[in-house]
Design a protein around this ligand. Structure first.
Ligand SMILES: NC(=O)c1ccc[n+]([C@@H]2O[C@H](COP(=O)([O-])OP(=O)(O)OC[C@H]3O[C@@H](n4cnc5c(N)ncnc54)[C@H](O)[C@@H]3O)[C@@H](O)[C@H]2O)c1
Length: 316
């Protein structure tokens, strides 16, 4: 099938693009290579295999700009996977209007383009952050999500609601996937594992917000991509699925394991918890398992080893 992947040069998007090409699909990647982090990393992500691939097309620009949409939809795709966003909880506190514009307004424009071009399938990259300060663990799709604790989370929830609306009004199959902290090769440089690896390797102390007991359900990028493909291949009206690994790792353990994998003892500087952060995330993946056959299979130790291998290679 022909698939538009917005944000296809990013961390998760570039892995998805490769898997789609490997299995024989045609891919149109739309990415504006913005400077949220060094755009050279994004070019490198695509260089890995996509840029030279005969079934790969790149459109450089904002996914909501009319001329970009016009070029992307020139040959109507079977599906759109919407990965492009301003990502990250903490940076959203400094730029809420930007997050709103890119993640809400522009997502509405993209859905509108799907309606105009008769696109039947839309897969949306949502986030575990929509669960806000939910203290009931693990988080299930039926849990209340009306108390986001960051602008980023609010924009992702708004994106889900837009998906529900476009399914209701126009029958577009819209699937929202709530990713739980994704890691692996090419991870965004400001995300914890990547940032910590840089600091540990440089012998600098790393900030540990809180007492080290806060936990994240780290999910390896290949497992996420497998979940995205399964959702893409099973249009089913409006659906929401958690994609996580169901094994929360406390921050202090992550730091120890990462230090071991890098062969360097980490220096830790304890700081107070950050506003917008949540104490623990943990995915109930029963629905994704039952309806998509989703089953994450990269254990954290193995995923961390693969990340470190890539990190050491990439940092030369
Ligand atoms: N990484 C995670 O742990 C995680 C967790 C939950 C949800 N998500 C979501 O998954 C998606 C991918 O995240 P990622 O970590 O790969 O982020 P990323 O920043 O590496 O990738 C996003 C890509 O989108 C592009 N982009 C942003 N705005 C654009 C615009 N207006 N027009 C065209 N392209 C644009 C960026 O240039 C970038 O290449 C995002 O929607 C994010 O919110 C990620």
């Amino acid at each position: 099938m022909r698939v538009i992947v917005t944000g296809g040069a990013g961390f998760i998007g570039s892995h998805l693009v490769e898997r789609l090409l490997e299995r024989g699909d045609e891919v149109v990647c739309v990415d504006d290579f913005n400077d949220f982090y060094d755009p050279r990393r994004k070019w490198a992500n695509l260089n890995h295999m996509a840029l030279a691939h005969p079934r790969f097309d790149l459109i450089e620009g904002d996914f909501a700009a009319p001329e970009v949409l016009g070029a992307a939809f020139v040959a109507p795709p079977t599906a759109v996977v919407h990965m492009a966003a301003r990502a990250g909880v903490r940076p959203s506190l400094a730029a809420p209007a930007l997050y709103y514009r890119v993640n809400c307004e522009n997502t509405a424009n993209l859905l509108e383009a799907c309606r105009e071009h008769g696109i039947a399938r839309f897969v949306f990259a949502s986030s575990s952050s929509v669960y806000g300060g939910n203290t009931k663990v693990p988080f299930a799709e039926s849990d209340p999500v009306d108390r986001p604790v960051s602008p980023y989370a609010a924009t992702k929830r708004a994106g889900e609601l837009l998906c529900a609306t476009y399914n209701h009004l126009y029958g577009i199959h819209t699937t929202c996937l709530r990713f739980f902290t994704v890691y692996g090769p090419r991870q965004r440089p400001e995300m914890a594992i990547h940032q910590f690896a840089r600091l540990i390797e440089a012998g600098e102390s790393l900030p540990m917000f809180g007492d080290g007991g806060s936990a994240r359900d780290y999910t390896y990028v290949d497992d996420i991509v497998e979940g995205v493909l399964r959702a893409l291949d099973r249009p089913a009206g409006f659906r929401i699925y958690n994609l996580g690994s169901s094994r929360p790792i406390p921050l202090a353990d992550l730091i120890t394991m990462l230090g071991e994998a890098l062969g360097v003892r980490p220096k830790v500087e304890q700081r107070s918890s950050q506003p917008g952060d949540v104490e623990a995330t943990s995915a109930d993946i029963t629905r994704a398992a039952e309806e998509l056959g989703y089953s994450p299979n990269v254990p954290f130790e193995e995923g961390l080893r693969r990340f470190v291998e890539w990190f050491e290679d990439a940092s030369g």
